[in-house]
Ligand binder design. Structure first.
Ligand code: ZN
Length: 212
């Protein structure tokens, strides 16, 4: 049986305000002025729709990015259709997190051949302000595992690793790293590229020393 959806364009002043303000910030961070072909924001009415679109059952999925478009559970049905509590600030972070993925892809341009999920999710979390809302960590010990592997645990440490990269080394380096991902072919090449840009290897030891 085919999955069939009824799409129709709508106005939502609340979501619009969040998206415009997030994109203003992200335009500045990524150094682009996104005017044409901007991300579409698709509000999914209910859980059934999300399951059909993602193939993922359970009540946890509330947003994702696909082909530079953002899908999120409609704020009007948020608590009814998910396991998460709702507040406007959290919803804004969710939208911004997904928008960061769209900007990341726009920055890499070509299809990426290597995907360090910790960098991907860490950057999305960092730029959408999650570093103040994730549980603080003692030391880094698992984020590097998340390479082509985006289990839910990827969010635990990645935001703090990216926070170090941006706040201690500036945004130019991380943007350079992202741009060069388009030609990078796997984990070994990624580690080399990282070392070339930052002057150290991505290891727990190095990140723990920087955390002090
Ligand atoms: Zn994400």
């Amino acid at each position: 049986m085919a999955n069939i959806y009824k799409l129709s364009i709508t106005k939502d002043a609340f979501v619009n305000k969040i998206v415009e303000s997030a994109m203003k910030d992200l335009d500045e961070f990524f150094g682009i002025k996104w005017t044409y072909g901007r991300p579409n924001i698709l509000l999914c009415k209910d859980r059934k729709t999300i399951v059909a679109l993602t193939g993922q059952t359970g009540n946890s999925v509330i947003g994702w990015e696909w082909n530079r478009d953002i899908y999120v559970l409609d704020h009007a049905n948020f608590e009814k259709e998910s396991e998460h509590t709702y507040n406007a600030e959290k919803y804004a972070r969710l939208l911004k997190h997904e928008l960061v993925h769209a900007y990341t892809i726009a920055t890499i341009k070509k299809q990426r051949k290597c995907k360090p999920d910790w960098l991907w999710e860490g950057l999305a979390d960092y730029l959408s302000g999650y570093s103040r809302h994730r549980k603080q960590i003692g030391s880094f010990k698992n984020f590097l595992m998340f390479y082509e592997n985006d289990s839910g645990k990827v969010y635990e440490e990645s935001v703090f690793a990216v926070e170090i990269l941006v706040e201690k080394f500036g945004k130019t380096k991380i943007l350079n790293l992202l741009k060069q991902l388009s030609t990078c072919k796997g984990k070994a090449e990624f580690n080399k590229l990282f070392d070339k840009i930052y002057g150290f290897k991505p290891t727990y030891n190095n990140f723990n020393n920087l955390k002090k």
